[in-house]
Design a protein around this ligand. Structure first.
Ligand code: NAP
Length: 251
């Protein structure tokens, strides 16, 4: 039997990159998956088609998870499609780097509204849908939460917050049989890092990270998805409140 048979998962920001890979890996283990997206309907539909093409179950649901009303609708649609909720992956996030001189209120609020407040509000609403069996919440953090890199103070602060929230909620929700963990990826080749200019073959940033990575390469979305799938499953039944660094040893 597959490890997540009969489970229902919501993955935020699953139209591309790490989120899309997590959605596909959870589905491959038998979970019914809600592929959330904000603007990329085409990407979300593609992820759903890949899952259903392999005999899995998935639906795409548009929702800006920085907005409470959208979040509520995301879970209403989840219940409508699959009837329950067991796994929440808080993956949606943005990363725009800016040196301290260029930080604005707008830059700060944009990052914290999605990466931190959105994650909290999504978790809050998910809690109305987990049943007495409990569940697993996986928050996508980053190595930059603890590894200082220049130009990333606001983004890094959001991910340090994600880890602090993870530890706090693990203690708060343990009695409800809900485990909460975070995964902190190193540099991963995704649509987002590609368009930011981080992971292209000629990127100095990429070369610098590779040179400092014991495993000798940057990550692929599936490197993160396999760990998230483990944390979602009963194989991780006694794992809660942890941050898993998945970075080829770069931290
Ligand atoms: P990506 O390629 O840019 O994809 C981002 C995803 O998030 C897209 O599906 C996007 O949907 C969705 N999204 C953005 N804003 C949203 C919103 N307001 N509501 C709902 N969905 C939203 O990103 P990625 O590189 O895969 O990163 C995913 C997560 O991993 C982020 O939390 C990021 O901080 C973290 N991370 C990434 C790396 C890396 O190197 N890639 C390293 C460490 C941590 P639309 O396209 O529909 O807008």
């Amino acid at each position: 039997m597959k490890k997540l048979e009969g489970k229902v998962a919501v993955v935020t920001g699953a139209s591309k990159g790490i989120g899309a890979s997590i959605a596909k890996h959870l589905a491959a283990e038998g979970a019914s998956v809600v592929v959330n997206y904000s603007s990329s309907k085409e990407g979300a539909d593609r992820a759903v088609a890949e899952i259903t093409g392999l005999g899995g179950k998935a639906v795409a649901v548009q929702a800006n998870v920085a907005k409470k009303a959208d979040i509520d609708r995301l879970f209403t649609e989840t219940k409508k499609a699959f009837g329950r909720l067991d796994i929440l992956v808080n993956n949606a996030g943005i990363y725009e780097f800016a040196p301290v001189e260029q930080i604005t209120e707008e830059h700060f609020q944009k990052h914290f509204n999605l990466n931190v407040l959105g994650l909290l509000l999504t978790t809050q609403e998910a809690l109305n849908h987990f049943d007495a069996k409990g569940g697993s919440i996986i928050n996508i953090s980053s190595v930059v939460a603890t590894l200082g890199i220049p130009g990333a103070s606001v983004y890094s602060a959001t991910k340090a917050s994600v880890d602090a929230i993870t530890r706090s909620l693990a203690k708060e929700l343990g009695a409800r049989k809900i485990r909460v963990n975070s995964v902190a990826p190193g540099m991963v080749e995704t649509e987002g890092t590609e368009s930011a200019g981080f992971t292209g073959a000629e990127s100095e940033f990429r070369k610098q990270v590779e040179a400092n990575t014991p495993v000798g390469r940057i990550g692929k979305p599936q490197d993160i998805a396999t760990v998230a799938t483990f944390l979602a499953s009963d194989d991780a039944a006694w794992v809660s409140g942890e941050t898993w660094f998945v970075s080829g040893g770069y931290r």
